[in-house]
Design a binder for this molecule. Structure first.
Ligand code: MRU
Length: 345
């Protein structure tokens, strides 16, 4: 049995954060070491670590490194500037800032480390709980399509959408995962395929433009994706291309599930229209590695995320249960609860 995949490891002796460099997958498994909060911020910006929950966890450890150098205020601001769309980054920085405020100066390094480790540990537990709730939604021998990478690599381990897929596989409910390649950054082809193959889960990569054809042939039973932010009305932001998949699901009558921990729900953002969408380098579109694909002088667009309106979402799978229907009331009710429960909210 392979060791379970985790993108982040804290080395207590070295007081350093190790990150599996996701830019180098699937060819190489290389670990990068971060010894300062600036190293962590750079690594988030450069996509060494990516995926909403993993970004939040990395930022929390970044704050631990900042506390060692008494540089917390600058660290909060610097880490917050790295990527704008995933709310988990801001959620984790808020939680770390609150801990900082409530702690006597002499105890700060230890208290922040304990908080970062709690965020890390809790994230993995939330993914496992989502896996159990979500797997129940799938039919026997399900053929599931996913977009981007919402897996162990994007979280503290196990994954959100891929956590549901892992649980379904373990329970004998899954026959095939179709991973959209996810142009332009290819998280599906490089990362989702790598981690499912690593764990022995059957996976095929398809180009993004093949999903409609498979659906039209009745070869997809459900779509499960992760999200970077759930707005108060239930609109969700996720990797560019997610909206198209959701529209296809509506056309073909296929359930479109979103899996996310409550740390991804942002009641302070009223709807998807207010979510800041990260715009990334045009080079990701114009080039494939060193090779230019688009003629010089031709413009491109590269929004990294899109917004899927709530009415296209069949249900939201969280660590506290499944929200069906997803709407502002069910979200507000969910966040007002403390206890996990297994029924639809
Ligand atoms: O740009 P990325 O790779 O950070 O985008 C990641 C996604 O869009 C994921 O689907 C999302 O963060 C959910 S991860 C559990």
């Amino acid at each position: 049995m392979n060791a379970s995949i985790e993108p982040l490891r804290w080395d207590a002796q070295a007081r350093a954060l190790y990150m599996l460099d996701q830019r180098q997958l699937p060819e190489r498994e290389v670990w990068m070491v971060c010894k300062t909060w600036q190293d962590v911020a750079q690594a988030i910006q450069d996509m060494v670590v990516r995926g909403a929950p993993a970004i939040g966890i990395a930022a929390a450890y970044g704050m631990v490194l900042a506390a060692d150098g008494c540089d917390c205020e600058a660290a909060v601001a610097g880490l917050a500037r790295t990527r704008p769309t995933a709310v988990n980054l801001f959620w984790a920085l808020d939680r770390m800032s609150r801990k900082l405020k409530d702690t006597a100066a002499a105890d700060v390094p230890q208290a922040l480390l304990a908080e970062a480790m709690a965020i890390h540990r809790e994230d993995r537990a939330m993914c496992e709980a989502m896996g159990d709730f979500g797997a129940e939604l799938l039919p026997k021998a399900a053929r599931v399509l996913t977009h981007c990478n919402a897996g162990a690599l994007a979280t503290g381990g196990y994954g959100t959408a891929l956590g549901v897929i892992r649980s379904a596989w373990r329970e004998g409910r899954l026959s095939m995962v179709y991973a959209d390649e996810t142009r332009p950054y290819l998280q599906g082809a490089r990362l989702t395929a790598w981690e499912l193959h690593h764990d022995g889960v059957p996976v095929k990569v398809i180009c993004d433009n093949m999903a409609a054809s498979l659906m039209s042939q009745g070869r997809i039973d459900a779509v499960i994706v992760g999200t970077d932010r759930v707005a108060a009305n239930g609109d969700i932001a996720n990797k560019i291309g997610t909206l198209g998949v959701a529209v296809l699901c509506r056309h073909f009558g296929i359930p479109f599930y979103v899996a996310a921990p409550t740390s991804t729900i942002d009641l302070s953002t009223p709807s998807g229209a207010q979510i800041v969408i990260e715009q990334r380098s045009s080079l990701e579109v114009t080039h494939m590695g060193d090779r230019r694909l688009v003629p010089e002088g031709v413009g491109v667009e590269n929004p990294s995320f899109d917004v899927t309106p709530v009415d296209l979402v069949t249900a939201l799978i969280t660590e506290r249960g499944v929200l069906k229907p997803l709407n502002s009331d069910s979200l507000a009710k969910l966040l007002s609860q403390n206890e996990a429960h297994s029924q639809s909210v």
